[in-house]
Design a protein around this ligand. Structure first.
Ligand code: MLT
Length: 394
């Protein structure tokens, strides 16, 4: 028996696990400190009433012989896929139902999709970025090259014709920097992928935070993207499903490599390794698209946007540079006084009782940066902002 040696190349623990442990240790040593968590991007508002009602009613259906559901379609129920197709139609994107696959979240699918690709492919990943992209490719022993995202390009790298890549990750609105590509930026990546026969893995988990109507929420808003891109999305940040678990992945029929449709491969993979998302959860997710559900989830997103504004205003007053916070729940700030990311993490935790995420945890270019989330409640966000202001204006 030989273990997968590639696992030994990984950092000892996943970024947010590491932060969780550090914070728990600090709390144990300082039980008197009222810690405010602006670290992991986990929502704090409860599921909206429309979703709760749908979950309740679906649960009751499951307790009655005539309306009970056993195994569902591995790729999801049509009642949810029809809603998703309708949502995309509003963005001017036409999707066939067989192009939509319901999952238990974007993170799982972003990892699982790699089953479709040879270990020999070269992967291009922006730096900094959501650590799951890098870790899942290290696990498979794939070669990773990085696209530098930094202040000089507004944290939105564009393709470099001298870099060869087969698989390209794009996250927009970006985690962690909050930067958002415009149509021209995404088109540059689509053109680059087309030229190389590469595939783009587009993470749209934060699309519902885009407030500026001129910015794209889906890569398929760019012409020709269906021939090069797979899109991942989730109800986690849009509708508070981080603990409920539901997302979706779009594999367009037009995405064909070496004469093979990737849609068929993904279907084969899912029908073999996945038995689908629970009926009850899919009913809850479908309610996100009802008139009430749309209104209620948008109100929650506005609530988080207000938190982002509070944090951004504080940084403005302190003269600290940052990106994000406008079309994203994340604020990506420069660490003050040239501090390193983990140094600032400790400084903020020990002196203000505020937890954020060290930029270095998202890649080498994240060193010297720090991520704050807007996913706490108003009261805590205001309290944290005041503590940060007091500490950093010293
Ligand atoms: C984050 O904080 O980056 C996210 O919550 C992680 C995730 O969505 O898995």
């Amino acid at each position: 028996m030989k273990i997968n040696q590639h696992y030994l190349q990984l950092e000892k623990s996943y970024l947010f696990t590491m932060i969780g442990k550090k914070v728990a240790q600090f709390q144990q040593q300082h039980p008197e400190v009222d810690i405010i968590r602006l670290g992991i991007g986990d929502v704090t508002l409860p599921l909206c009433p429309a979703v709760v009602e749908a979950l309740e009613s679906a649960s009751r259906e499951m307790g009655v012989k005539e309306t009970f559901h056993g195994y569902g379609p591995e790729q999801g129920y049509d009642f949810l896929k029809e809603k998703i197709a309708g949502y995309y139609a509003e963005k001017g994107v036409t999707l066939a139902l067989d192009e939509i696959f319901i999952s238990d979240g974007a993170k799982s699918d972003l990892g699982n999709i790699l089953d479709l690709f040879d270990a020999d492919n070269t992967v291009l990943i922006p730096d900094p970025v959501y650590p799951v992209y890098v870790d899942t490719n290290i696990m498979a022993g794939r070669k990773v090259v990085f696209a530098d995202a930094d202040a000089s390009n507004g944290f939105l790298p564009l393709p470099d014709e001298n870099t060869d890549a087969d698989i390209i990750y794009i996250c927009s609105p970006n985690n962690p920097t909050g930067a958002v590509y415009d149509h021209a930026g995404l088109k540059a990546w689509v053109d680059y992928a087309k030229k190389r026969d590469a595939v783009i893995l587009f993470d749209a988990a934060y699309e519902s935070f885009v407030a500026d109507p001129s910015l794209p929420r889906s890569i398929y808003e760019v012409e020709g993207a269906k021939e090069v891109a797979i899109e991942f999305c989730s109800f986690s940040k849009t509708a508070g499903f981080t603990g409920t678990r539901c997302g979706y992945t779009i594999v367009p029929d037009a995405l064909v490599r070496g004469g093979v449709a990737l849609n068929g491969l993904w279907l084969r993979r899912q029908t073999t390794k996945f038995n689908g998302v629970p009926y009850i959860i899919q009913k809850g997710a479908a309610a996100v698209f009802s008139e009430e559900g749309r209104r209620q989830t948008l109100a929650n997103i506005d609530y988080y946007r207000e938190n982002a504004r509070i944090l951004a205003d504080t940084l403005d007053r302190l003269g600290i540079r940052y990106t994000g916070g406008k079309n994203s729940p994340y604020i990506w700030m420069e660490c003050p006084n040239g501090m390193k990311s983990w140094e600032f993490f400790d400084y903020l935790l020990e002196n203000a009782g505020v937890v954020g995420t060290p930029g270095a945890g998202f890649g080498a270019n994240g060193e010297g940066y720090f991520r704050l989330t807007a996913f706490n409640d108003h009261e805590n966000t205001e309290k944290a902002a005041k503590r940060i202001e007091k500490l950093l204006s010293k």
